[in-house]
Design a protein around this ligand. Structure first.
Ligand code: ZN
Ligand code: ZN
Length: 99
């Protein structure tokens, strides 16, 4: 991905932000900039041995993927919507069992 985009990581400091990495020209198309940012993020994830933080959403009938950035690595759903939906299903199942 980085080679395809001819990414050239370099230090940048602008608009009051501290030193950080840029790898594309500021005039590159947005999709290209996002692709390079994602590729750089993958580099860090793989390098730090955290690939188990890349997961499929556990909700029924969802094919979403997620990056678990929680401190204890406990994130299970791709979105609040999926989390709420699965909580509702679990709640209904409990209520049905109890009645
Ligand atoms: Zn910047
Ligand atoms: Zn989901």
């Amino acid at each position: 991905m980085l080679a395809d985009a001819q990414a050239l990581p370099h230090l940048a400091r602008h608009d009051g932000s501290p030193w950080h990495l840029h790898a594309t020209d500021p005039d590159a198309p947005l999709a290209e900039r996002i692709r390079v940012e994602v590729a750089l993020a993958f580099v860090d994830v793989i390098r730090s041995g955290e690939t188990d933080r890349l997961r499929l959403c556990e909700a029924d009938e969802c094919s979403g993927v997620l990056v678990d950035l929680s401190r204890n690595g406990s994130k299970r759903f791709c979105s609040v919507r999926c989390g709420n939906r699965m909580n509702m299903i679990a709640f209904r199942e409990r209520a049905a069992r109890e009645s």
